[in-house]
Structures are given as C-alpha cells and as structure tokens.
Unconditional design. Structure first.
Length: 539
C-alpha cells in the first residue's frame, strides 16, 4: 500500500477543470496522468476503509496533509469582524505556547558553530610553548611576555565504536617436570573483569538515551570488529539497572515530596502481557501504557517512568503514598482524560492550556474570527508567562492575577455571551470547543489562584518523547522485567538531562561505586554525587 508521502495531492479546482475537459472530450496526456493519480488515491482510500484502521484523524491527514499547531507570526486583523455578534477584531501577532522561551533575536536557535564551552565532556589538555615562557623577551620587539590567562581553545573530535575492546595476549609457560602453568599477569591497573563500567554504560546509553535497538547496535559492533550480541547487551543493561536501583528508589521518595507533578501516558507493547490478555476475562483491563511523570522539587526536576497496566492517575497515587503527611497537596498538571488524574490522593488540578488551544487550532479555518479571539487571549497569557521566568512563585501568582486575570475574565464573559445570544451552535465544532473551556474553566485558571500552577503539561509530553523513540525503534519489551529495566534506566537518564548533569560521568561513577551507592543512595543523587569519583577511579 502506498504511504501518505507517496500519494500526490490534487487541487479541487484542477479536478473541476478535468471534469469539464472530460465532458467535452478534449483530454490530453497530462489529463491522463491526473486521472491516474486520482484513481490511485481512490484505491488507497478504499484500502484504508477495508482494513478498518482509518480513523477520522488519519483520513483527514491523508486527504488534507499534516496539520501544524503553529500559527503565522503575523496575522492581519479581520476587518470584517461582526460587531453585532460581539466579536472584536483580533489582536496582533500571537506567539504560540511552544515558543514560551525567551524571545529569539538574530540567528535561529541551532544554527551556527558551537562554542568550546559546549563540550563539557571533552578531555582537557594544557598546551605549553617549549621555547616561550612568561617573562621572556618578545621575539618581535624588546618587550616582555606575560600570561593572558585566556587560552585559545581548540576542539578536535575523534571517532570510535560504541564499545571498544583491547586484547591482552598473556604468555603461558609450563613446567616440563610438574606440568604447572604460569600465566603472565595483566598490566598494572587492568582489572580481570571482562566488561568495564564504561562498556556497560555505553550499551545502556546507546539503547535508552540514543534509542538504538539492540539488533542494530549488534550489527554496528560486528562491523567494527567487536561483536556484541543482543543477549549480552541486555545482561549489561541489567547490571547498570541493578547499580542505579537504590538511586531510583531514592528518587521516588524525593519526587513524592514535590510541589508540581506533570503526568501523561503513551502506549507500550509488552509481549508477555499481550499473551496474558488472551486469557483474561472479557471486562478485565487489557491496555498497556508507559506513564511519564515529571516532578518539580524546589529547583530540581525528577523524571519517572512506569510501564504496565496502570494509568497515570494510578501511578501518581502510588507515588504520593510516600509523601510526607505534613506537606500541603501538590499541584498536578495534565489533560482532561480522567485516567490521568489522582483519585486516592489530594491534588490541586491544573488542566493543560495546550490541549484546550489545539481544539481551536483545528477549526480556525472554519471559524477564523471566533477562534482568533480565543487564541489571542491564550497568547496574551503565555506572553505574560514569559515575563515571570525570573520571579518567585508568589511574585508570579500576583503578576498573573494582575495581567492575565482580566484577560481570562473577559474571555469567559465573551464565551457566555455567545451562548446566551445564540451566536454559536452548541453541537458544532466551535460550540464543543467553547463547552470544553467552560467545563474545565476552574482547572484551566488554577494558575490565577495557586502558586507553582503551570499553564500546560509540556514537561511530561517532552519526557515521553524518549519513550516514544524507543518504542518506534525497538517496537516492544519481551517481559515485564525488561520493561522495568528500561523504566529505571530511562528515569535516571532523563533526570540527568533535566538537571544538566553529565549522564556519562555520573553513571560510570555509580557503576564503579555500586557498594557505596547502596549504603547511601541520597548522596549519589544526580545533583549530589561526588564528581571527582569517576576521574579518580579511572586513574
């Protein structure tokens, strides 16, 4: 079957002109090509319907192409806004929630050369001039040289296999009389273990940070002359997961005491559970998902993943069971799906504005003035949010009350007026989008009443991208144990990323000091671990 990219799009006016030429009998070679394209698209559409896997969203994407939630940077004011319907002209250009970071000036992010300071994991080698020293005479004049304390930085990149190998040929001598064997010792500093901590960490990061499936890494290693079978890779990942398990459990306890929780689910395949589904009763739960939770604990962020039959709300409840009873209820952010919300623990709900905004983006072409009014109000709130990045939680709350509060009140009054004056049909797409806002208004505007309440659930969505990449490349987990290993390692790696910790140095240090980690895991949290340990152990 053709993919969506293989199917060329055809303009409706082009089809109308073709019909006119067909009726008049003046078809040419280009018309025959157009007919072939149309028939191909028609057959593909029939195939999708026959397979019964064509959802409305997939059909819309097939017929109209992929949509984007990004609005134009500059949008003209609708001069035709109807004052009788209470629709004011839209305001100026609107930055999207995705662009809630500081305004970019000049060159776009990601373009241009990286500075030498970006290579935080590079080995540092100091270069000295053997002929010139501070205090010497200048070779060009009679002056004296002094150290500027600002060296010129040069970065040289080298390549290597993901996992390398060194072969030690140890001479073996045998006694002619007693037949005793004498094997030459390994060089000083070389332990007798086959797998170094760096090899284990490299394998774990390739799979769970880089999303490389085990079979692809096995092929790559074979091409480099260092075979690394898939079964061996999982065994080494188990070793790393066993070393970081005490830290993972400590992260659970720390995250339970956080101020804000972001949570969402994404699908996962676990083959053992899929086989188990065939033996379950009709009404027993069969769904499988990975929950991604991001907890904010002061200035730190903790990412946690849980794969299985439990939904996000149930995993939040299990996490909050470790929360200290004297702490106030935390803020929980998510979309409106009921399975995402805690039911056994007290939380303060903040619904996601990005999910609310998406409904108006999808229908803006049909209702440009009404959707523009809502989207501009949301843009104003995100514009205010950008100005609170350096504020305390109390200052942010006061700022939003003063700046965003009137915007939200005006928007709610306008929506109520649309229904009261019957300017909108409750059952059409616009009416349903308005009803969504009204139904969840209290939770959507929680940021006007509660400190730390975020505007959206984007941190959880971004954290789940790592899981989606693994699912796309590796397709499935074979057992629940394999899924648990993946959850532990992914949680540690994503937590390192969120807190700007060098995951390589951190994991190498943890694996080499596994006994010390078990004795005091709190000391080895990503933001607490002794950063000198990996270097001393390597030496």
């Amino acid at each position: 079957m053709k993919t969506e990219k293989d199917i060329p799009s055809t303009d409706s006016s082009e089809i109308e002109h073709l019909r006119e030429r067909l009726r008049s009998g003046t078809l040419d070679a280009q018309d025959l090509q157009l007919l072939d394209r149309l028939l191909g698209s028609f057959l593909t559409l029939i195939d999708l319907l026959q397979r019964k896997n064509a959802s409305i969203k997939r059909l819309k994407r097939f017929l109209f192409g992929p949509a984007s939630e990004r609005r134009p940077a500059a949008r003209e004011k609708p001069d035709g806004a109807d004052p009788d319907r209470g629709i004011p002209p839209a305001t100026a250009a609107e930055p999207t929630p995705a662009d809630s970071s500081t305004e970019r000036q000049g060159r776009r992010k990601g373009h241009g050369r990286r500075s030498a300071a970006s290579y935080t994991g590079a080995q540092v080698i100091s270069c000295e001039d053997a002929q010139l020293q501070p205090g010497d005479r200048c070779p060009q004049c009679s002056g004296h040289l002094y150290d500027t304390k600002a060296p010129t930085l040069f970065i040289r990149l080298t390549g290597q296999p993901v996992v390398g190998a060194t072969r030690y040929d140890q001479r073996v001598m045998r006694c002619s009389a007693c037949q005793g064997r004498f094997t030459a010792p390994l060089p000083a500093g070389v332990p007798p273990e086959k797998y170094d901590a760096t090899a284990d960490v490299a394998i774990a990061m390739a799979k769970y940070a880089g999303g490389i499936p085990s079979y692809r890494l096995a092929r790559l290693q074979e091409s480099c002359g260092v075979p690394l079978p898939e079964s061996v890779q999982f065994e080494r990942c188990e070793q790393v997961a066993d070393a970081v398990l005490p830290i993972f459990l400590e992260l659970l306890r720390a995250a339970a005491c956080g101020e804000v929780f972001f949570a969402d689910d994404t699908k996962v395949r676990i083959l053992d559970l899929l086989k188990e589904n065939q033996r379950l009763a009709e009404r027993e739960r069969r769904g499988l998902q990975t929950t991604g939770i991001v907890a904010r604990v002061g200035a730190k962020q903790i990412a946690l993943y849980f794969s299985g039959r439990r939904h996000a709300g149930e995993n939040i409840d299990r996490l909050l069971a470790h929360r200290l009873p004297e702490l106030a209820p935390p803020v929980q952010s998510g979309d409106a799906i009921s399975s995402n919300w805690s039911r056994q623990s007290a939380t303060i709900a903040q619904k996601c504005w990005v999910h609310a905004r998406r409904q108006f983006i999808e229908i803006e072409a049909s209702f440009p003035a009404e959707c523009g009014r809502v989207l501009d109000a949301i843009a104003e709130v995100y514009k205010n949010e950008r100005q609170t990045l350096e504020m305390t939680a109390a200052e942010r709350l006061l700022f939003h009350r003063q700046r965003s509060g009137p915007v939200m009140e005006e928007l709610r009054a306008w929506i109520d007026e649309q229904f009261a004056q019957r300017q909108v049909e409750p059952n059409n797409a616009l009416g349903q989008a308005f009803s969504y806002l009204k139904r969840h208004w209290n939770e959507l505007t929680q940021f006007l009443r509660t400190e730390h309440a975020p505007l959206d659930n984007n941190p959880s969505e971004r954290a789940l991208k790592r899981v989606v990449l693994q699912r796309k490349n590796s397709l499935f987990y074979k057992t629940e144990h394999g899924a648990a290993v993946g959850d532990i390692l992914t949680s540690i790696l994503e937590t390192c990323r969120l807190n700007q910790v060098n995951a390589w140095d951190y994991l190498v240090g943890v694996v080499r000091q596994a006994r010390a980690v078990r004795r005091d895991p709190a000391r080895w949290l990503p933001w607490n671990y002794p950063r000198g340990e990996p270097q001393r152990q390597a030496a």
